[in-house]
Design a protein around this ligand. Structure first.
Ligand code: NDP
Ligand code: HEM
Length: 492
């Protein structure tokens, strides 16, 4: 009996009858006074919280980040302060468009969200396994995501919606090409890269700023499923990536990723041939080489999925001193969107949940709200200024201003004059091996073959034009696969 514990109600009262309800005689009916029956059924009815509107299916693990190279000349962030320094992390990987029960091997970008628990607060780098994104203005996000979800009439996924939207938004081409390549179906989460994707800034102790892109390179090597293998795996094991991550950590095969940065000065940003803050573009490695920073290692499975993975709340607004935003419009939009989503999904005190809680002191005057389960600030003042506490505004943490082109945004003008959506996808196609090119073309043909309805030809032709503008061989291969005749004279 030494280690045995009594089953109790949520309020701690011992429960004698866990499985049988108190009744009038052995055959019932039941007595209302058996409160534990109500408690069980009522709690069960409330087990589900809203799933994430995107990235609903995911897997998570704890681990550590270790600095291997000194980047203190770029950033004063404490987590980078010395070689060998370790910071605890929590990572959540995900697919994007599917629901919480969807298959892990869908062709989809993969989320790669990292929470670094630093002494200056939590830093969340909420990235994907792709260096770019489908759109470059956050106002487009809800429309875009609707096309990745279910058709309002059929309640099925609709290739027609997807390609209609992509073909009408050619800035998506770069990301769509990556998605259609074999990297669109990674072999689980261990064998893919991650990217912060946006341009961020780093600030050093002299208050000097550089712009930066973050890359996580998988140290397991890149491995992907072919389209056929990924489709087969959807039926065989829809939780393939979840199982793979849990099992590999259980067996001591800890996944590792090398964190690297590309660095751009203010001067270089002004003369870069594209907009350096455009999320549909990369910075070529030859001009902005990768520089080593450290290693991420995942070494601990959370002991309870819901408590840690489902309740994890990542937000691009969670930055720490020494790491800053940039004028990237998408990043600016995301600063607002995530905390709002968390308040809806898990409540206003989401930051106090164990997986989200900063392990170091947090001091502010936020109080009360649903599910306030810590000491709520105790008896300390709940207003400011006050004559009682000693909290200060620390001038050392003030950032540096941007130089702006104009005082008022050109709202009625075009916001972005960079219409080159084609050079970089073309560059990517060029560096693919012949086998990768063929697979990519076949994957695109397979996906575009799903377009149907009265606008089918219009959508196909519009999208074909974009593929041709990126690369003629790519366009020809897709046109051939779709059985579309191309007049060679048009290509001259
Ligand atoms: P590089 O040849 O120096 O780099 C090519 C990059 O492409 C590598 O990082 C490689 O990743 C990655 N890659 C290879 N195949 C794919 C694929 N199917 N989907 C996504 N990424 C892939 O060239 P550049 O820097 O000049 O860039 C050329 C093109 O490569 C870009 O237009 C862009 O599409 C793509 N790319 C560029 C990145 C960058 O930050 N410059 C980052 C990722 C992609 P790995 O080394 O892990 O195999
Ligand atoms: C999740 C909004 C662009 C990566 C989410 C969620 C929202 C959202 C509301 C759900 C949050 C939650 O309930 O926990 C947006 C908006 C975007 C945008 C409005 C554009 C303006 C991006 C981009 C990336 C990205 C560009 C990657 C570079 C992720 C990831 C998650 C996520 C990884 C899942 C985080 C987790 O694991 O909990 N996004 N998103 N999103 N988003 Fe975005």
């Amino acid at each position: 009996m030494k280690n045995k514990k009594t089953v109790t109600t949520a309020a701690g009262a011992p429960v004698k009858h866990y499985e049988d309800t108190q009744s009038v005689g052995a055959r019932g009916p039941l007595l209302l006074q058996d409160y534990f029956l109500h408690e069980k059924l009522a709690h069960f009815n409330r087990e589900r919280i809203p799933e994430r509107i995107v990235h609903a299916k995911g897997s998570g693990a704890y681990g550590k980040f270790t600095v291997t190279h000194d980047i203190s000349k770029f950033s004063r962030a404490k987590l980078f302060s010395k070689i060998g320094k370790e910071t605890k992390i929590f990572v959540r990987f995900s697919t994007v468009g599917g629901e919480k029960g969807s298959a892990d091997t869908e062709r989809d970008p993969r989320g790669f969200a990292v929470k670094f628990y630093t002494e200056d607060g939590n830093w969340d780098l909420v990235g994907n396994n792709t260096p770019v994104f489908f759109i470059k203005d956050p106002k487009k996000f809800p429309d875009f995501i609707h096309t990745q979800k279910r058709d309002p009439y059929t309640n099925c996924k609709s290739p027609t919606m997807m390609w209609d939207y992509w073909s009408l938004n050619p800035e998506s081409l770069h990301q769509v090409l990556i998605l259609m390549s074999d990297r669109g179906t990674p072999l689980g989460y261990r064998f893919m890269n991650g990217y912060g994707s946006h341009t961020f800034s780093l600030v050093n102790d002299k208050n000097e700023r550089v712009y930066v892109k973050f890359h996580y390179k998988t140290m397991q090597g890149i491995k992907t499923f072919t389209d056929a293998e990924a489709t087969e795996m959807k039926a065989k094991d829809p939780d393939f990536s979840q199982r793979d991550l849990v099992k590999s950590i259980e067996h001591g095969h800890f996944p590792k990723y090398a964190l690297k940065i590309q660095v751009m000065t203010d001067e270089q940003a002004k003369s870069f041939k594209w907009n350096p803050f455009d999320l549909t573009k990369v910075w070529p490695h030859a001009e902005y080489p990768l520089q080593d920073v450290g290693i991420l290692e995942l070494n601990e499975n959370p002991d309870n999925y819901f408590a840690h993975v489902e309740q994890a709340a990542f937000a691009p607004s969670n930055l720490v001193d020494g790491i800053g935003f940039s004028p990237d419009k998408m990043l600016q939009g995301r600063i607002l969107a995530y905390p709002d989503a968390h308040r809806y999904r898990i409540g206003v005190n989401y930051d106090a949940l164990p997986v989200n809680k900063c392990p170091y002191a947090t001091n502010n005057y936020h109080r009360d709200g649903a599910m306030r389960f810590d000491d709520n600030g105790g008896s300390a003042p709940n207003y400011r200024p006050n004559s009682f506490d000693e909290l200060i505004e620390d001038d050392n943490y003030k950032g540096i201003p941007y130089e702006l082109d104009s005082n008022v945004a050109g709202y009625f003008d075009r916001n972005e004059n960079d219409d080159d959506h084609f050079t970089q996808p073309g560059n990517l196609f060029k560096i693919m091996t012949p086998e990768a090119k063929l697979n990519t073309i076949n994957n695109i043909v397979g996906a575009m073959s799903g377009i149907s309805g009265p606008k089918k030809d219009e959508i196909i032709n519009r999208q074909l034009c974009h593929w041709f503008r990126a690369n003629v061989d790519l366009g020809m291969g897709i046109a051939k696969g779709l059985g579309v005749e191309i007049d060679p004279k048009l290509l001259k």
